[in-house]
Ligand binder design. Structure first.
Ligand code: SAM
Ligand code: SF4
Ligand code: SF4
Length: 341
């Protein structure tokens, strides 16, 4: 049986924060340290797409190779996402991950390394203009040349789209295609709200990470919690489906694991009619706080379940943590339906 991964199966195209180098890839590679497979953008969209298609072909060809025989896919060798399974690859591109840097952001989240590593620095205007015009041209080429699946999903995670200098070009390119707008919601954008209204599969994906303004200030290093909640309420008015507003919680032991934060997030979810919380972890954290992290996760799940709210461990939590939380949820529900007298 061949080895494959979700990125290959979905025919996923990722525009990565490659600093002008090897920007075109398959996945965002947040599980491994090695340089993930990638190729450069070229002058024309046709040439860029050919580069990317050749890369995909090569990664598939190398999927069962030993490390020493791999040329473009050494990272895949170590990647836990590459597993043996029947392949049923989509012929067309199903997912586009728009994770391009430099891009601007007005926040300074404690877990996010992008500000510190210069990813918000837009000063190299000439190189940045060239890169973005090539990226947009490639996306338009894919649209116009029938390379995208009818159900293609765009993930927009290049800094903050609401203040992006290429917002006009990006939003025009997206049209009404299904898009997950990852945003800190520090700025409300009427045009994005209209896109949510016109396509009920499009959504806002927001890392709220807390339930109190005190913790917000510590995590985001900005004092605008109330304003952000108001913006979320404004977006909610444009949606028809509950899951068009997606809230995420990166569990940071000792930072956002107080009862006040858990009570707060429950209240906010009820207020905004968000039925389930996406649980996440800090990708940059090694495992020193492992048991505190697991305790934090369990207490958060308990707060959610006791309030008839749901949770989702995909795509960030480890498989064993998701399994553990599922069993924990069942045990909580059993205790609730058979209370001890
Ligand atoms: C890099 S941000 C860009 C989009 C937008 N600024 C936002 O915050 O949603 C995309 C996502 O990466 C997540 N992220 C950033 N650093 C992370 C880390 N160290 N661990 C886990 N997720 C992280 C954020 O929570 C956010 O949902
Ligand atoms: S690094 Fe992992 S997720 Fe990315 S293409 Fe290779 S196997 Fe797939
Ligand atoms: S809002 Fe997004 S891009 Fe900005 S600092 Fe936070 S995680 Fe990073």
């Amino acid at each position: 049986m061949k080895k494959t991964c979700a990125a290959l199966e979905q025919n996923q195209l990722t525009f990565n924060s490659g600093y002008f180098d090897k920007i075109l890839g398959l996945c965002c590679g947040n599980v491994i340290e090695e340089q993930i497979p990638g190729v450069d953008l070229e002058d024309t969209p046709e040439a860029s797409f050919r580069n990317w298609e050749n890369l995909v072909t090569k990664v598939i060809e190398e999927s069962n190779y030993d490390l020493c025989d791999r040329t473009v896919s050494k990272a895949c060798f170590y990647c836990p996402k590459l597993v043996s399974m029947e392949s049923n690859r989509n012929e067309k591109i199903n997912f586009i991950n728009f994770f391009i840097y430099p891009s601007p952001c007005q926040s300074d989240c404690i877990y996010c390394g992008l500000r510190a590593n210069g990813s918000f620095d837009m000063s190299d205007t000439e190189a940045i203009n060239t890169m973005y015009s090539r990226v947009i041209a490639l996306c338009n080429y894919l649209k116009e040349n029938n390379k995208l699946d009818d159900n293609v999903v765009f993930q927009m995670a290049s800094g903050e789209i609401t203040i992006h200098p290429f917002k006009r070009e990006i939003l025009d390119m997206l049209g009404d295609m299904t898009t997950i707008f990852s945003s800190n919601c520090m700025k409300f954008d009427e045009e994005i709200a209209e896109k949510l209204r016109r396509n009920p599969q499009s959504k806002i994906d927001m890392s709220l990470d807390c339930g109190t303004s005190e913790t917000w200030k510590i995590i985001k290093r900005r004092d605008n919690f109330q304003n952000v909640l108001e913006n979320l309420e404004k977006y909610r008015k444009y949606t028809t489906e509950d899951d068009q507003l997606q809230l995420k919680y990166i569990v940071l032991p000792g930072v956002n694991t107080s009862d006040e934060d858990f009570d707060g997030i429950v209240k906010i979810m009820k207020l905004l009619n968000v039925p389930k919380l996406v649980l996440s972890r800090d990708f940059g954290d090694s495992s020193e706080n492992r048991s505190d992290f697991v305790q934090g996760l369990k207490r958060l799940v308990k707060a959610l379940v006791m309030n008839d709210l749901g949770w989702d461990g995909q795509p960030a939590l480890f498989y064993e943590d998701i399994k553990m939380l599922e069993e924990y949820e069942i045990s909580l529900k059993e205790i609730e339906s058979n209370p001890v007298e």
